[in-house]
Design a binder for this molecule. Structure first.
Ligand code: AMP
Ligand code: MN
Ligand code: MN
Length: 322
């Protein structure tokens, strides 16, 4: 860890330790790392008798595959989130706009501690604990718990484990370092329900979603000359199969298996008219650069952005960037 990062971690711990109450928030449409890293600190603080509220911006719905995380029942509706918290902590959000409707609270917070691992992070906090080398925001939270002298328990360990396996693709991505296995080993010591958690997170879908996935795979387009593969999930497809967009979170992991393509993309047509773009690279291309140039962000191998253009216009931008 660099000295700057070490120092930020120590300052963050001092501010949290001195606060009568902390307000925690993670990014919009939270994934396993966003929820897991936030809930881990939330549960650890509460177990120590500290006051903590945790939330994320509207739409205030947790995708069903995250039901194995612990502490979801202790989340606060964003409408009840403090409007000007003395100490606010954000998780896995690379920029303030990723906090959606809670960005105003972050703006008004006296101390804003940003816990993250996105290389594209805009450092929008008063204290920025950002480690682009960390496999997950949960890894940074584990270090913070140490600095706070807060012990792990079964719930905290479950949430950190979920953060870790979601962001490392179950110990497969480049980010899977010896530190990751060290942490996984420590967490596994807390009697985790590993098979149940793995099944709900990755290995189980509703039959109707599998059919939708079949259609999305059927519609995949391979642009050989660019090494680019893409598909679309439209509102019409969701309606016909009776699915919600959050079920399609893992579709990109199928699309990116295409051997002939270095870059994979899923374009999700949202009900507000925007297109949510997921990008993955398995080669030389830095998809974070493409996402950042389009107002989004992420990591070198996994990134995303929200587009106001239609599908064709959005694809044209990506092709131009490639
Ligand atoms: P996803 O494709 O949604 O799984 O996202 C992959 C990565 O890109 C994650 O690290 C996200 O934090 C990041 N990302 C996705 N969408 C956006 C966005 N609209 N703005 C900034 N970062 C994003
Ligand atoms: Mn995330
Ligand atoms: Mn993350």
């Amino acid at each position: 860890m660099s000295t700057g990062l070490d120092e930020a971690l120590t300052r963050a711990a001092a501010v949290i330790a001195a606060a009568p109450e902390v307000a925690l928030a993670c990014h919009v449409t939270p994934d396993g790392d966003a929820l897991g890293s936030m809930l881990a600190l939330h549960l650890a603080l509460r177990a120590a008798g500290r006051r903590s509220v945790a939330s994320f911006p509207e739409p205030f719905v947790v995708a069903d595959h995250y039901r194995g995380l612990i502490g979801l029942d202790t989340l606060t509706d964003p409408a009840a989130f403090p409007s000007a918290p003395a100490v606010m902590v954000t998780f896995d959000a690379g920029s303030i706009d990723r906090l959606g409707g809670l960005a105003a609270s972050a703006d008004a917070a006296t101390e804003l501690i940003v816990i993250d691992h996105h290389v594209s992070n805009t450092r929008f906090g008063t204290i920025n604990v950002i480690d682009p080398d960390a496999a997950a925001s949960g890894v940074v939270v584990r270090r913070l718990l140490d600095a706070l002298d807060l012990p792990l328990d079964h719930g905290v360990a479950t949430d950190l484990y979920a953060a870790l396996i979601c962001d490392t693709g179950r110990f497969q991505y480049e980010s899977t370092t010896p530190e990751v296995f060290g942490l996984a080993g420590e967490l596994a010591g807390f009697d985790l329900e590993i098979p149940t958690l793995s099944r709900s997170l990755f290995e189980e879908h509703r039959f109707s979603y599998l059919k939708l996935m079949g259609e999305a795979v059927e519609r995949m387009v391979l642009e050989r000359e660019r090494g680019f593969v893409w598909t679309v999930v439209s509102q019409d497809m969701l309606a016909r199969h009776g699915c919600t967009m959050d079920e399609a979170e893992g579709l990109i992991d199928i699309v990116r298996r295409t051997r002939e393509a270095g870059v994979a993309c899923v374009l999700k047509e949202d009900d507000d008219g925007t297109v949510k773009v997921s990008l993955r690279s398995v080669g030389e291309v830095d998809v974070c650069a493409i996402a950042t140039a389009n107002g989004g962000g992420g990591h070198r191998f996994a990134a995303g952005f929200t587009s106001r253009d239609d599908i064709d216009g959005t694809l044209a931008r990506i092709r131009a960037a490639l």
